[in-house]
Design a protein around this ligand. Sequence first.
Ligand SMILES: C[S@@+](CC[C@H](N)C(=O)[O-])C[C@H]1O[C@@H](n2cnc3c(N)ncnc32)[C@H](O)[C@@H]1O
Length: 309
Amino acid sequence: MISPETAPPASPAAPSSLDDVKGWFPKLDQLLFTWFLERQERLGERGDLVELGSYLGKSAILMGRHLRDGETFTVCDLFDTDAPDDSNQAEMQGSYSTLTRRAFESNYRAFHDRLPEIVQGPTSLILDHVQPETCRFVHVDASHLYEHVRADIEAAHVMLPAGGLIVCDDYRSEHTPGVSAAVWGAVAAGGLRPICVTTQKFYGTWGDADTVQDDLLDWLGTRDDAWHEVQQVAGRRLVRLKGKGATRPYNEAGRLKERLAQAEKRLARSEERLARAQKELEAVRGSVSFRVGRAATALPRALRGGRKA
Ligand SMILES: C[S@@+](CC[C@H](N)C(=O)[O-])C[C@H]1O[C@@H](n2cnc3c(N)ncnc32)[C@H](O)[C@@H]1O
């Protein structure tokens, strides 16, 4: 989403929940990312995570929560470097002119101890950093220009094994026809199978979409906060979701847990600082009493020496 009317409000300095991070990541998509990533975890599907286009980290922060031991999370964004061509540069200046890598990093660090692997540059570089068929989840959310998005989808196809999941942002927005053309082109001619769509994102796979859809429909049947219907598109089943009333991916208890974890981190940092200050104080006290002690024992000798002289 890039039009100024839809620009999100400014972030506060230190975000304590995802809501505080400026970006474009609707609640329904937060809910779906969480469901897809947790499903992969439940089924023991392992693999790396990749995000093309991270901006200030809103979706990256959520993805990073699902990283397991031995897996790598790579994000690729231009951040504050130049775009590879004029149209992309115009897009950057129009929509992300104040973006810096430092701002992404500081947001990400507010939620995670370790930063992801960061490729700062055009997404055309991603295959220099990620090996073929090593990923389980790729989020394509960078340039909105047809040639770039088509190449990003092709790169995702290389990075994902057959069962991996691709999510494409802005596949239907009025101001991003290039993304729509690239996404539906991949469906029509590139073997990409749609799983579901929301107002903002397209979810698909080059593997078995039917089983994922069956699980998704089962899960949707248990929820009353996400409206859905099933359509046929180009001979394939497609679940269409609407986010009206969709709740957050975490319940209130989950959110409180997150805030508690943040508070605990801050407390641990304060305790570390306090321990360091106490050590310094002890050291100063030690050296003061040592010097005072030496001065006290040296005094009679000096006095004695004085008498001698
Ligand atoms: C819509 S924003 C990403 C939103 C983000 N995923 C979120 O959750 O808020 C698009 C991002 O793509 C980046 N970008 C645009 N063109 C790019 C390119 N050719 N290569 C890499 N990153 C690009 C921009 O810097 C911007 O941060």
